[in-house]
Design a binder for this molecule. Structure first.
Ligand code: NAI
Length: 340
C-alpha cells in the first residue's frame, strides 16, 4: 500500500474548505488508491467550527483518510505536508480598500510562508486559492525563498473549467469532449479566456471551437464577459461565493500537477513566468501548461490571436501609452500602487 500523503488546507472551516476536505478524503484530488492525512488550519475564532468539520470527517468513515490534524497553530499545520492548499485569507469586504486587504494578507502569508519553508516536506507543492490569488502566491514566494519557484502556483483552473462549461452549454456537447481553452493572466476580471486553440471531440473527429460555434461576436464578447464575471453571478445567486466549483477546481489543479495531464491536453495554472509569450519574468501569471512527473511546463509556440495579443501588449505598453497621452509618465497610478 502507498504511504499517506499529507495535505494541508488552510481556512478549512470556511465554505471552500467544507467542500474541499471531503473531496480530498475521498480520493478526488490524488486518486482512489492514495491514502491521505488531512491537515486543517483555521484561526481561533473558527476553532470550534473547525472541530465540527473534523467530527464530520470521522463520521464519514472515509477509507482513504488515515488521520486528521485540526489546528489553529501554523507550525503544527504545516509540519510534514506534501501539498498545501492555501484557502484561508482575508477577502476584500464591502467598503474595504485594496491596500487594507493587502496588508492583512501580507501578514498572514508571511507567517504561513515561513512555516511552510521550515516545516513542510521537501518538494511540497503549494496552491494558493485565497484572493487576490496571484498576489498572495507572490507574497508567499517572497517570504519562503527556499521553496522552489516551480512549486508555487495559484488557482485559475476554476476560470478554465468555467470556460469549458460555457462552450459545452453553447454547443450542447459533453464538457468532457471540450479541451484546451486557456486562461491568460490573473484570476480576476482582467483575465483573458482564450478559445482559439480549443477543440471539441465529435463523431467526425476533433473540431475547432471557433469553427463549431461560428459566432465570433459571441466568442469575442458574451463568452468572455460571462467567464470573467461568473464569480459575481454566483454571489448574486447564492449570496455566497463559489465554493463547490472552487473546491473541485483545486482538486483538478493538484491532480493534474501530480498525476499529469492527458496526452494532447493542457490546463491553465497560475505559475511563475519565465518570460514565455513576453510575459515579464517573475510574475505569477496563468498560462497553458502540460504536466508530467509532477512538473508543469508552459505550452510553447501557440499563436496568439489578435485579442489576446492586444491584451498582453496593452498591459506591457501601458506606460508608453500614458506618456503619449500625458507627456509625462504614470504618476497617479504608480503612487497608488506604491500605497497598495
Ligand atoms: P470563507 O470566508 O468561507 O472561509 C475562509 C476561511 O479562512 C475562514 O474559515 C477563516 O476563518 C479562515 N481564515 C482567515 N484567516 C486565516 C488565517 N490567517 N489562517 C487560516 N485560516 C484563515 O471563504 P471561502 O468562500 O471559503 O473563500 C476562501 C478564499 O478563496 C477567498 O479569499 C475567496 O476570495 C477565494 N476564492 C478563490 C477562487 C479562485 O478561483 N482562485 C474562487 C473562489 C474563492
Amino acid at each position: 500500500a502507498k504511504d499517506p500523503v499529507r495535505v494541508l488546507v488552510t481556512g478549512a472551516a470556511g465554505q471552500i474548505g467544507y467542500a474541499l476536505v471531503p473531496m480530498i478524503a475521498r480520493g478526488v484530488m490524488l486518486g482512489a488508491d492514495q491514502p491521505v492525512i488531512l491537515h486543517m488550519l483555521d484561526i481561533p475564532p473558527a476553532a470550534e467550527a473547525l472541530n465540527g468539520v473534523k467530527m464530520e470527517l470521522v463520521d464519514a468513515a472515509f477509507p482513504l483518510l488515515k488521520g486528521v490534524v485540526a489546528t489553529t497553530d501554523v507550525v503544527e499545520a504545516c509540519t510534514g505536508v506534501n501539498i498545501a492548499v492555501m484557502v484561508g485569507g482575508f477577502p476584500r469586504k464591502e467598503g474595504m480598500e485594496r491596500k487594507d486587504v493587502m496588508s492583512k494578507n501580507v501578514s498572514i502569508y508571511k507567517s504561513q510562508a515561513s512555516a511552510l519553508e521550515k516545516h513542510a516536506a521537501a518538494n511540497c507543492k503549494v496552491l494558493v486559492v485565497a484572493n487576490p490569488a496571484n498576489t498572495n502566491a507572490l507574497i508567499l514566494k517572497e517570504f519562503a525563498p527556499s521553496i522552489p519557484e516551480k512549486n508555487i502556483s495559484c488557482l485559475t483552473r476554476l476560470d478554465h473549467n468555467r470556460a469549458l462549461g460555457q462552450i459545452s452549454e453553447r454547443l450542447n456537447v459533453q464538457v468532457s469532449d471540450v479541451k484546451n481553452v486557456i486562461i491568460w493572466g490573473n484570476h480576476s476580471s482582467t483575465q483573458y479566456p482564450d478559445v482559439n486553440h480549443a477543440t471539441v471531440r465529435t463523431p467526425a473527429g476533433e473540431k475547432a471551437v471557433r469553427e463549431l460555434v461560428a459566432d465570433d461576436a459571441w466568442l469575442n464578447g458574451e463568452f468572455i464577459t460571462t467567464v470573467q464575471q461568473r464569480g459575481a453571478a454566483i454571489i448574486k445567486a447564492r449570496k455566497l461565493s463559489s465554493a463547490l466549483s472552487a473546491a473541485s477546481a483545486a482538486c483538478d489543479h493538484i491532480r493534474d500537477w501530480v498525476l499529469g495531464t492527458p496526452e494532447g491536453t493542457w490546463v491553465s495554472m497560475g505559475v511563475y513566468s519565465d518570460g514565455s509569450y513576453n510575459v515579464p519574468a517573475g510574475l505569477i501569471y496563468s498560462f497553458p501548461v502540460y504536466c508530467q512527473n509532477g512538473e508543469w511546463k508552459i505550452v510553447q509556440g501557440l499563436t496568439i490571436d489578435e485579442l489576446n495579443g492586444e491584451f498582453i501588449t496593452t498591459v506591457q505598453q501601458r506606460g508608453a501609452a500614458i506618456i503619449k497621452a500625458r507627456k509625462l509618465s504614470s504618476a497617479l497610478s504608480a503612487a497608488s500602487a506604491a500605497c497598495d
